[in-house]
Ligand binder design. Structure first.
Ligand SMILES: [Zn+2]
Length: 434
């Protein structure tokens, strides 16, 4: 009789002794589901109607195929096949919905964090407290946790919102930008009324309004080799929501030197990556990419564009990993790189190995401090055009005058067609550099 792995969904694990996979013998899909319910009788009523038919809200997959499009219950199975039971789920927990329960009162201030949860907190976190993996003990771990988000932009904004909502006691934010109208397409912490205001001031107001039990600590500065270790040191988990290589390497290197997990996320146009770098038990970012690419090979960040929803998804995945690390539950993305393609709507996963010769995290490491990398994204590390030779620049007035003259220069616009379509000078010729 072929031996098959049956994947048991969360709602049905109460009937398999909590196991997510069980090994069952049978010749057909129907035969092994019946065998499964013989071994675990509690499942029977959930999988079969009283007259013995498979319930319609449970779909059975053989490997990746819905058995309704194969031979249904008569579909033959072979050794090593995987059968998945996929029930319809709708979230929520009826036990927790108590419409007549009292409205929430005041939430404890951060000073009261060692105290028991108030009745307001018990209401606020009720959906967490119902999960055995969180419960009161887990919620306390969250309240005691300190998480640093490097970057309060596309990735940091959704991550910060969910971490604050989840009750992470202290959230540090590193950013020095003001809110720009072009941020609002994806940076959901900010509103139209916030344009022009410093991001961290807005973020602190918004996050503490969402959850007064959370303290937001602003670090309104650029991360450098001088300050990175001091900024990161007080935190338990670091979330990398940066958009540039110099900061990404600083975050990785400081996390390795301080022995802290670094929850990595990055986005490009329609694609995202997520991983957890923790050199104490897995690879670091330098194991993957020992050196940053040369600046002139990196597409300019402003040029690249990004689907507005994408950083939301990646930032929320980073928040998920952060909460799991704090709770100590599940299996984290340490040693795994999750790739997301929004256009194909497909997740892929690659195994990341610790580089035994990593310059930073291996026994033979040679790098003992932090490195400031210079220009990336076409922008020098200082953020200014100070490195550009001034003699090749022309002021708008001078160009306008030259174009009006009897012998106007040929004006070549080397930007990409999408940028040209947004706006361009009259009489210019488009020859994209790309
Ligand atoms: Zn490494």
């Amino acid at each position: 009789m072929p031996k098959v792995t049956v994947k048991v969904p969360t709602p049905l694990r109460a009937f398999t002794g909590g196991r997510s996979e069980v090994s069952v013998e049978g010749a057909t899909v129907g035969g092994l589901v019946r065998e499964l319910t013989t071994e675990h009788p509690g499942l029977k009523r959930h999988l079969y109607t009283p007259d013995g038919k498979l319930r319609s809200f449970v779909t059975v997959y053989l490997n990746d195929e819905d058995v309704r499009y194969l031979a249904r219950e008569a579909t033959p199975v072979k050794d090593g096949d995987v059968v998945s039971l996929v029930p319809a789920i709708a979230g929520g927990s009826p036990a927790a919905a108590r419409p007549n329960a009292p409205r929430s009162g005041r939430t404890p201030t951060p000073r009261e964090r060692s105290e028991p949860f108030s009745s307001a907190d018990l209401r606020r976190y009720s959906r967490h407290l119902l999960l055995p993996e969180v419960g009161v003990a887990g919620q306390r771990k969250l309240r005691r946790a300190k998480v640093l988000l490097v970057g309060a932009g596309g990735l940091g904004a959704p991550a910060a919102l969910y971490l604050a909502a989840a009750g992470v006691g202290e959230i540090g934010l590193v950013d020095f930008d003001s809110v720009d109208l072009s941020n609002l397409q994806r940076q959901v912490l900010y509103t139209t009324a916030d344009v022009g205001r410093p991001k961290l001031a807005v973020a602190k107001e918004r996050l503490e309004a969402l959850n007064p039990g959370v303290t937001v600590v602003p670090h309104e500065e650029r991360l450098t080799s001088e300050n990175a270790l001091d900024v990161l040191r007080p935190y338990d988990v670091v979330v990398d929501g940066t958009d540039n290589f110099p900061t990404r390497y600083l975050v990785n290197d400081a996390s390795v030197l301080l022995g802290k997990p670094n929850v990595y996320g990055s986005i490009y146009q329609f694609e995202g990556q997520v991983s957890v770098f923790d050199a104490r038990r897995g690879p670091c970012y330098r194991c993957l990419y020992p050196e940053p690419p040369p600046p002139d090979l990196v597409p300019s960040c402003a040029e690249a564009g990004v689907l507005g929803v994408l950083p939301g998804l990646v930032g929320v995945l980073q928040a998920t990993e952060t909460v799991k690390l704090i709770l100590g539950v599940g299996s984290s993305l340490v040693g795994r790189l999750l790739l997301f393609d929004a256009l194909a709507l497909r997740f892929r996963e690659l195994t990341l190995r610790k580089n035994p010769h990593c310059v930073l995290c291996s026994p033979e490491a040679t790098q003992k401090g932090l490195i400031d990398y210079p220009a990336f994204c076409g922008i020098p590390a200082g953020g200014a055009l100070s490195d550009v030779d001034a003699s090749i620049l022309i002021e708008p007035e001078a160009l306008a005058e030259a174009l009006r003259s009897d012998d106007p220069p040929l004006l070549i616009d080397v930007r990409e067609p999408e940028e040209w379509a947004i706006g361009h000078l009259p009489r210019a010729r488009l020859i994209p550099k790309g």
